[in-house]
Design a protein around this ligand. Structure first.
Ligand code: F0G
Length: 451
């Protein structure tokens, strides 16, 4: 059931087709290079792109900008304690700042870090410490058509194989990402979190949860894990996060704000180490690179993120987009995750090889046909892996409604009508960091492979 009405609006418009064609070409067929003004429905990310509530805007005005000991920081501490169950908080400018602070405090050269699936910035921060990030997704996670309740889970079997291979002393940290963004936003069960806690104890490792989308995950647990069908969202979130020694958080997701993040822990020792590192990279530990007003808005956002009516509206909105797309025949990753719908580009364009970037072709067609911006998460974003060729349509929180999604489905219909004639792409520039090429590389369309 709908949980919001609008109090402020932002004008959007669909640029003319020739404007879109020109913008796409000028962007080197990479939608990260588009001006947002040239985008009609922006589904590039759910990160920091949502709408704040009236209560959050009110908190902005009350923000305490004291350099040390700000009242807004105290509000954040109390929200993190109530909603997530941790005593100590180190604020940071966003999630990757929290990753730098925490992983820089925990890891050394030669360490190995298992994660259900590393998000890009997590992988990069683990590698930046000289450690080796290893993905341990559950069996079937890469199969877009397998129906299972918790495809985001961490494979204990794979984690054990890592430890057997390198030895427990080289695995000081185990990370679980909830929901699992790099596996189509799939949820992780509390049972799986418990198992990873036990595993971390066995090998004497620190157990970290990447909690960016912890509230969406709790909503799925309530719906799909029988043990929790009568539990409150609050209780589920606190129980699941409570198994971790520390969490990293991007406030731009389930903090319902446009900027911010933090590390939280009950471990006084780890807290001290993180604080020292935060002073170096983020700011004094009671603001950590955030304005006082943004700390205040994030404190309110965390509480709103676990409200049942918000979460119902949130999951409903992703499901609506998915159903509209499936109804017009678009192949999608099933079941639908918590923050995005992931389209299966190899199924949509069977005439395109992975080397011709079918996902990027789909991203370009969605923009060309309807000014819709998504992001490729296949061979272009992840070179040299055999992941499925997916395109993510991430849904900003409390921002778009059914009419916007109907436009996305109409756009997809137009793409489907010409699917045989869509050509692939090749990379035209040679970016300095190949792992991050999807953010900056220019592409060129190949000739149509079929008339
Ligand atoms: N961890 C996960 C699981 C994420 O999805 C992200 C960001 C981060 C960490 C880093 O947080 O952006 O605040 O520095 N994901 C965004 C996305 C960028 O589009 O999925 P950040």
């Amino acid at each position: 059931m709908v949980a919001y009405k609008s109090k402020m609006v932002e004008r959007i418009s669909l640029p003319a087709r020739e404007t879109r064609e020109r913008a796409l070409e000028a962007a080197g067929y990479n939608v990260f290079n588009l001006d947002a003004a040239d985008v009609f429905i922006d589904l590039l990310t759910d990160s920091g792109t949502g709408a704040m509530s009236d209560a959050q805007w009110a908190a902005l005005l009350r923000g305490d900008e004291a350099y040390a000991g700000s009242e807004s920081f105290a509000e954040l501490e109390s929200a993190v304690a109530d909603v997530m169950g941790f005593e100590h908080v180190v604020p940071t400018h966003q999630g990757r700042g929290a990753e730098n602070v925490l992983y820089g405090s925990l890891l050394s050269e030669g360490d190995v870090v298992p994660n259900n699936t590393h998000f890009d910035t997590t992988r990069a921060h683990v590698a930046n410490q000289g450690a080796d990030p290893v993905d341990c997704p559950t069996e079937g996670a890469d199969d877009p058509s397998l129906e299972a309740p918790f495809k985001g889970n961490f494979s204990l079997e794979r984690a054990r194989a890592v430890v057997d291979d390198v030895g427990a002393e080289r695995v000081p940290v185990v990370v679980q990402t909830i929901t699992n963004n790099s596996t189509a936003g799939q949820p992780v069960s509390v049972e799986n979190t418990r198992a990873i806690r036990t595993f971390a104890d066995e090998i004497d490792a620190t157990f970290v949860i990447d909690a960016c989308r912890f509230a969406e995950n709790a909503a799925f647990v309530r719906r799909r894990e029988p043990e929790f069908e009568d539990a409150t969202i609050d209780a589920i979130a606190r129980e699941q996060l409570g198994y971790a020694d520390a969490i990293v958080m991007s406030g731009k997701k389930d903090g319902l704000v446009n900027a911010g993040g933090f590390v939280a822990t009950d471990d006084a020792d780890l807290f001290e180490r993180c604080k020292q590192r935060a002073i170096l990279f983020e700011g004094f530990p009671t603001y950590g690179g955030m304005a006082g007003r943004d700390l205040g808005a994030m404190a309110v956002g965390l509480r709103e993120a676990v409200e049942p009516s918000y979460l119902e509206d949130r999951l409903e909105s992703i499901a609506t987009l998915a159903t509209l797309l499936e109804d017009v025949g678009v192949p999608i990753y099933r079941p639908v995750g918590g923050h995005a719908v992931y389209l299966d580009a190899s199924e949509l364009f069977p005439h395109l090889e992975a080397s011709e970037f079918p996902g990027q072709a789909l991203v370009c067609e969605l923009y060309r046909e309807g000014g819709v911006r998504g992001v490729e998460l296949g061979s272009f974003a992840f070179p040299n892996t055999d992941r499925p060729e997916l395109v993510r349509l991430a849904v900003p929180r409390r921002t778009y409604h059914r009419e916007h999604f109907e436009h996305v489905a109409e756009t997809a219909t137009a793409v489907l009508e010409n699917r045989e004639t869509v050509s692939g792409y090749e990379i035209a520039s040679d970016p300095a960091v190949p792992e991050l090429r999807h953010f900056s590389a220019d592409l060129e369309p190949l000739e149509p492979t079929r008339p």
